[in-house]
Design a protein around this ligand. Structure first.
Ligand code: ADP
Ligand code: MG
Length: 380
């Protein structure tokens, strides 16, 4: 059953109704698939673009089983899927990517242990389970460092910096969880990421590497091709391919890296799904990350990932709505700008509402258009 190929006309189930599911559904429907979304809240970004949106909670296992019976394959757009959900789906329909990679990516601890065990470059870190262990970890790793939650972190949530003079007892108290991961804070030359897809028959392809800038721990900007040493870019691709192989991945895996001042490429984290830093591929690659996810989970050959144009991707966060709807008409007058909005009703600060890509003959020209767009948005 697991080897089954799902041809166009088939039905894909997706767990999660966010923007990654929305763009996946758009790609799948373009190719003639039907898409069913499982998402607790109604009118979700993905639900709006799907054939069917099932609004049931994740602890309704009967509803999950019924959902599984109506689709040919299940994938997901977030990795924090409860184990009970996976068990309920087991045996009913293929889940791609499979459980091992999901299990590892669900926890920073398992992620780091997996990376270290298989010899991948990882950020110096320690797992801690008490204030005393936290103090020992900071003494060993030095300051600045950072204390992160083991589970359910995203967009910098659950992270506390540890600076010179900070009170460790207060930080540990605020952490509130039984365990944590302490990481040395690396001085980075840049952050980069690579998406890799692997098919049912073991063929693997990476996407062009992006250079990523974060603001307040949230991705702000991705640039391709990156202005970085070719050895670092090649190393990141190599590590991503090796990870896909190690997991026997069927689907898509996003791998985030730090490029240290010393020129070392180390893995920060990974996610077995499309990634914000891969949004540029929707406009700028022969095959987008969403179409690649579709091809991989359906057992089809992977698409070419060639970059068609230099591109800059910029996230649009809810903060931009503080003074009402932003001036999209003015933005759309800019050359090469492609706007993506996710159909979210309320624009809370920090919430990912959309993004745009600017395509231009060079990254420099794309950045010049991006600067104009930022000025129009009041973010000079
Ligand atoms: P999230 O799950 O929230 O994306 P990350 O671990 O990727 O968490 O952290 C978010 C961002 O914070 C990173 O992309 C990077 O900019 C910064 N960061 C996190 N950990 C470190 C570290 N150990 N050294 C340097 N920068 C870090
Ligand atoms: Mg991250």
């Amino acid at each position: 059953m697991n080897q089954r190929i799902v041809l166009p006309g088939g039905t894909i189930g997706i767990l999660g109704g966010g923007q990654l599911g929305r763009m996946f559904a758009l790609s799948a429907r373009k190719m003639g698939y039907r898409v069913h979304v499982y998402e607790p809240s109604p009118d979700s970004p993905a639900g709006q673009t799907a054939d069917v949106e099932v609004n049931r909670p994740y602890d309704d296992l009967a509803a999950l089983r019924e959902f599984a019976q109506g689709v040919d394959v299940i994938t997901y757009e977030f990795e924090n899927i409860p184990v009970s959900v996976l068990e309920a789906l087991e045996g009913l329909v293929p889940l791609r990517p499979g459980r091992e990679v999901l299990h590892v990516a669900q926890s920073r601890r398992r992620e780091k242990e997996f990376l270290a065990r298989h010899g991948f470059p990882v950020v110096p870190h320690r797992i801690v389970a008490s204030l005393a262990e936290f103090e020992a970890a900071v003494a060993a790793l030095g300051r600045p460092s950072v204390l992160k939650t083991v589970d359910f972190g995203y967009d910098g949530k659950g992270q506390q910096p540890v600076r010179e003079g900070d009170d460790l007892a207060a930080i540990w108290k605020n952490h509130g969880a039984p365990t944590g991961v302490v990481e040395a804070w690396l001085t980075c030359r840049a952050e980069l990421s690579v998406l890799v897809a692997r098919s049912l028959d073991g063929q693997a392809k990476t996407f062009p590497v992006t250079r990523n800038d974060h603001r307040h721990h949230i991705l702000d900007l991705s640039i391709a091709p990156p202005d970085l040493p070719s050895e670092a870019v090649a190393e990141a691709r190599k590590v991503a391919l090796a990870l896909a192989e190690q997991f026997k991945l069927v689907g898509l895996l996003a791998v985030e890296f730090f490029l240290t001042e010393g020129g070392q490429v180390v893995v920060n984290e990974m996610a077995p799904r499309p990634h914000n830093s891969g949004h540029y591929s929707f406009d700028a690659c022969v095959t987008s990350q969403f179409e690649q996810q579709l091809r991989a989970v359906c057992g089809l050959p992977l698409g070419e990932t060639t970059l068609l144009s230099p591109v800059v991707m910029r996230n649009l966060l809810g903060d931009l709505w503080a003074a009402g709807e932003p001036p999209w008409d003015k933005l759309l007058a800019l050359p090469g700008l492609k706007l993506h909005l996710y159909g979210k009703a309320s624009a809370r600060p920090g919430r990912k509402m959309g993004h745009y890509c600017v395509l231009a003959p060079s990254v420099g020209e794309a950045l010049a258009v991006d600067a104009k767009a930022q000025a129009l948005l009041g973010r000079a």
